[in-house]
Write a protein that binds this ligand. Sequence first.
Ligand code: HEC
Ligand code: HEC
Length: 651
Amino acid sequence: MNLLDILRSRTVTIPALLAGVTLATGTAHAQLNERPYLVGSGESAVDATGRSIKNQRVRAVHTTDDSLLGGTAYFLDKDPFLAYQLGRNLNFREFRKRDGVFDKNSIATLIAAMPDGHTAKITARNQVSCGSCHGRPYATPGGGVTFAKDSGRGRNPPHYFGGGIVEMIAYQVRNELLAKVDTNDDGWISNTEAQAYPGNLMVRPTPGAPPIDFGSPQLSEGLTGIPNLVTMFRVWYVDSQGRQVPQATRVDGVNTLGYNVEMTTFGRGQQLAGGTNSNFRALNPTLRAFFWDACNAHMNLQAYDPTTLTDPDANGVSIDSLPGQPQFPITHRPPDLGIFKHPSGYSSTDPDSDGYLNEISEGDLDLAEWFMLNAPRPAFAGTQVEFDSGVQLMKNLGCTSCHVPTWTIKTKDADFTGDRRFFDLDVTWDPVDQRLEGEVVPLYTMVGDVYQRNFGAFTAEGFFSDMRQHDMGEGFQEFGYDGVHNTIWRTSPLWGLTGNFPWGHDGASLTLRDVIMRHDGEGAASKAAFEAASTATQDALFDFLEKLVVYDIEQLPTDVNGDGIIESHFVVAGVDTGTERFNAEWLFKTPLQIQGQVVNAEGQTITSFAGVNIPDAYGELLPYRKDTDSDGWPDVWDVSPTLPGFKDGIH
Ligand code: HEC
Ligand code: HEC
């Protein structure tokens, strides 16, 4: 084997390279659209920046025993930065025909119904990646291009930086409702408990802040009827044991004796759909559901997820996912129900009949959810003094009655989950260097080789939403495909505002002035206050809003190892990687070793960030991960582990 062959072989590890042996040979080189090869290898799938996806597409195997090497419990507990990176890559990779995108015949189909029950809601199955619509800046969970959903005027995707914090705040509000009203602690609200609760559900976003009104848990007719909670809550009705009663639309005191709720926090808002059984007006209650839902809607990749389907007490709420968030199978059930199963546990149901089975696995959802849970939060590109005076300005103009500045996630106890993330990327403004700088703050304690999460409290400053929806009147009115008008929208969290450009649910506002001037209805008073303000005040407001930013997570100068400095020659696995920055690959159990100095086609010496130990660093050789024939089916699931078969392991 000559040097070029060694460089070409993506499966060579450095120790193996030194010993002159290959561990395995990839069989599907030509079919990879990942870019794992080294500069100078002569392959096409090369990336000197190291930012492209390096790992092969392999269905992840869900496990709960973290001693099973390469299962998802192992990754989350013992190599969590790798789990994060694998989830990142599921969020940003372009899925291919060989992964099962689309179906046999159709691309770009109209699906799902508008409130009239007939008009299609969305042009679906026309994308191959979350990154097709999210990714400003590139390869981040940023906002993106406006596309065909709800109205011919379009829908604009918001960023999901800090997505885990949004999910945790929403679940905390739901748990506050239960903590206050469900007095016997059985996980649902009975008609007598509802009747006994005085007044509205008032929730303080952070200690000392004015409480936010989430509506009344009481039933409209005392012991029967419907609760009058805000539209972010989606309600279902249950029997005397707390079990969901299908089709029920109210507590009738006979078949239905109470209710349960989820908070549908993700999505900007939409018209009522699906009859009278709900008052929900957004899309998904959890990150995991958003991942499988978007995989299905946009790519026609169907997920099979026993985690979501496991609801032992039939109350509509599942067991905790591996990252720790219960799902709501009552309202959100992944499309592949596993009606037919292979003995190894994956689904052979194939809902879209394209021959590709179990297109997204339960383990893939564990990893994708892990990334979304831990996705770094937006930052403020200014000093604390500038932040405080901006908040004061927003207060003066009445903006903060909806755009509530700060929320606190409470420490774990009997009622609350605590901050379930395993690290925080704290990004602040350095006024001397005039730049944003990051710091990786561990939210775990090492216990042996396990990264045990702390589940502590966390305060999200500068979040700017009340987690409610409001009637915003004519300015933000959406004229739906079916001709129905919608004026009800979730208060956009303003953190990471620049990442949502252009603004509004429809992305129709190309300036901040324009989007503020669309605040009618409940927003009319603060729009008037803005209009009446001096030019200097308005400019100060714009200046402040422009400092609410997202950023390129992986390029930002960042203290990764917690030594208090950002090194300009950060050495990983013996090689200088340049300015210290948050690249999760540096923090793997086996850190990625980069190619380093190499001569490019123009004769310049450059630093190549291509990886030389990808199989080791990415855990591709671990028993539950190994995919010898590179067909996307891990050997443990593959009926013919050495003969590629993209559809089911053999075909
Ligand atoms: C075709 C474009 C498109 C693709 C592809 C896409 N999204 Fe989105 N995404 C959107 C739009 C538009 C919205 C806003 C939807 C709404 O308001 O109803 C959105 C909203 C979201 C939200 C909610 C953010 C919030 O603040 O409420 C999350 C999370 C999200 N997408 C994640 C994903 C993931 C994960 C994938 C891939 C599995 C994905 N998206 C693929 C367009 C897309
Ligand atoms: C009554 C509640 C309310 C008040 C008061 C309010 N807003 Fe909003 N704001 C909203 C809602 C709801 C949206 C989302 C509109 C949509 O989705 O189209 C929004 C959207 C925005 C956006 C666009 C966000 C994006 O990502 O597209 C900006 C910027 C904004 N508001 C700034 C302000 C400022 C500045 C003030 C004070 C002058 C203010 N808002 C007052 C409810 C409010």
